[in-house]
Each structure stands twice: as C-alpha cells, then as structure tokens.
Design a protein around this ligand. Structure first.
Ligand SMILES: [Cu+2]
Length: 203
C-alpha cells in the first residue's frame, strides 16, 4: 500500500471513532435528575412526593437563555407507586392550545387541579400558557396564563397530583405551541429536553 492509501484509511478510522464518541456522549448526556423523596402519605397509603416547578417565558441561562422553560429542571426521579404532587408557579403569558381538548384536566387524583386555591377541571384553551402532560400515564394539566391586563396577576399557582406505577421512565411535555419564533411555535424549546420536554424516572 502506498503512503496516500494508508493515510486515507487512517483518516477514515479516526473519523469513525469521532462519530462513535459523539453518539455515545449524546446518548449518555441526560442531565442529572431532581430526586424527590416522600414528604407524607396519601389517603391510599402511597408516599406523597412534592415537585415544585416554575414556568417562565425565558429561562435566563444556559445554551438558550431566551427560551421558554420549566425550572429548575424537567428531569425527575421519584419512588415507585408514589403520588406525585406538583405545584407550578406559572409566570408566563398564554399562547393558547391548538387542540381545545387539552384545556381539560385528565388523569389526576380526583380528576381536578387547583388554580390559585380554586378547584377546577378545565380552563379556556385560549388561556393556556403551557400544559404538563404525561401521555403514557394519561395525565394532562393545562396551566393558566397570566392576565396581561392585570398588572397584579404575575403568578398563577397550579397544584395537582397523579400516581406513578412501580417502575419505568415516562416522557412528559407541554402541548401548547409556546416556542415563540419557531415554526408554528413547535420548535426549539418544544422539542428540547430541559425546556418543554422532560422525563420522570420511577426508581
Ligand atoms: Cu409550553
């Protein structure tokens, strides 16, 4: 083999190693999950786990500081068979739902949520800022956007609970096309883990 042929093969192999390393790194680069432990017991005897989240129009840091997102993270690790009690401090304006069905609360304990302390089973789909939806668990909760005409309405506090099974990893996401500036609002943060997508690991 001449020198040029050997160099070509070497370059090819090096390229292969780089591509492989990238793929392995990509697969293993999930951010660390927020591990939540039980803070009480639900009426059915299951452990209650509290998850407190804030939805903001701009996360303010990282690779995409001006992207919409759930803080502090969208990765949760929770104990088996737990009742997850989610409190969302919702600080973003409404973008509205394309599918009005998602204005309904589904799959939560009691089939309802509280918004600023009031129990309800639905909101006007046009007033949704985000949803917290776990399709594989049949859970979906619309989050009421803040009222731009009321300067005092800077946060809506939304509380709901749902049950997780004995094990599994469950994808969750927002269904409001809230990715402003992307195609139909469904790009960017809507397709990126850590912003409007996340996962719940039951372990
Ligand atoms: Cu959203």
């Amino acid at each position: 083999m001449n020198r040029r042929g050997a160099l070509t093969i070497l370059a090819f192999l090096a390229g292969g190693i780089l591509v492989g390393a990238f793929a392995v790194n990509y697969i293993h680069s999930s951010p660390t999950a927020m591990t939540s432990t039980s803070t009480g017991q639900a009426s059915d005897g299951s452990p209650i786990v509290d998850i407190k989240l804030t939805t903001v129009g701009q996360v303010g840091f990282g690779d995409h500081p001006n992207w919409v997102g759930y803080l502090p993270t969208t990765f949760f690790r929770v104990p088996p068979n737990a009742t997850i009690r989610v409190t969302v401090d919702q600080q973003d304006g409404a973008s509205g739902l394309r599918n009005p069905y998602q204005g309904l609360v589904r799959g939560t304990v009691g089939g309802a949520m509280t918004v600023n302390g009031k129990t309800t089973q639905a909101i006007d789909p046009a007033n949704a800022a985000h949803t917290f939806s776990v399709p594989d668990l049949g859970v979906s909760v619309p989050l009421l956007g803040i009222d731009p005409n009321n300067p005092k309405n800077t946060d809506n506090f939304v509380v709901f609970s749902f049950k997780v099974p004995a094990s599994g990893i469950f994808h969750w996401q927002c269904f409001v096309p809230c990715g402003a500036g992307t195609l139909y609002g469904n790009g960017g943060p809507m397709q990126t883990l850590g912003y409007m997508d996340g996962q719940i690991e039951v372990a």
